[in-house]
Write a protein of this length. Structure first.
Length: 175
């Protein structure tokens, strides 16, 4: 029979393993949630665009003499929460990384703390994901989106750094 300290130590080790398993599962779910949010956002924007085009087409009526009358200017309707929302806003003066979704904010912070350019495969383990091809490619997609929105620079293919903003910076993206 094991002593009480040995039993407590064994239970602590088992609890630690369970916590690590749950953290890994939570990281996987966070990635899936982010993808689902992006898919939802794209679908909402598409639906709004189609509705607007259809409304404009139905507003342009043909008059009896064969001429069309101008369609009225579309009115801006208040949209339910989240519709048309951009998950990663373009960088602008005064905007901080805290406005980004968690996964993107973690990436920006890791790149900001790095002494030099990083590749996606170097970032994946630092954000707590397994270094599988799928996770690396998903992270690379996020890195590219951050470059498109001005948060990061890609000085060489696949090598990402924090974007340089302000006068006198020599950004390839800004020309």
């Amino acid at each position: 029979m094991a002593s009480l300290p040995e039993e407590l130590q064994a239970r602590e080790a088992a609890a630690r393993v369970r916590v690590e398993e749950l953290q890994a599962e939570a990281a996987k779910l966070a990635v899936r949630l982010e993808k689902a949010r992006e898919d939802l956002s794209r679908l909402e924007v598409t639906r709004e665009t189609v509705a607007q085009v259809l409304a404009e087409l139905s507003a342009a009526k043909v008059e009896p003499d064969g001429l069309t009358q101008d369609a009225p200017e579309p009115k801006e309707a208040s949209a339910p929460h989240g519709i048309g929302v951009m998950m990663v806003p373009p960088w602008r003066e005064g905007l901080v990384a805290q406005v980004l979704p968690d996964a993107y904010r973690d990436i920006v912070e890791i790149v900001a703390d790095a002494p030099g350019p990083l590749q996606a495969k170097q970032i994946v383990p630092r954000i707590g994901l397994p270094t599988t091809t799928g996770k690396i490619e998903g992270t690379r997609g996020k890195l590219k989106r951050l470059v498109e929105r001005g948060w990061l620079d890609e000085d060489a293919p696949g090598r990402f750094t924090l974007a340089r903003h302000g006068p006198g910076t020599d950004r390839a993206n800004s020309q």
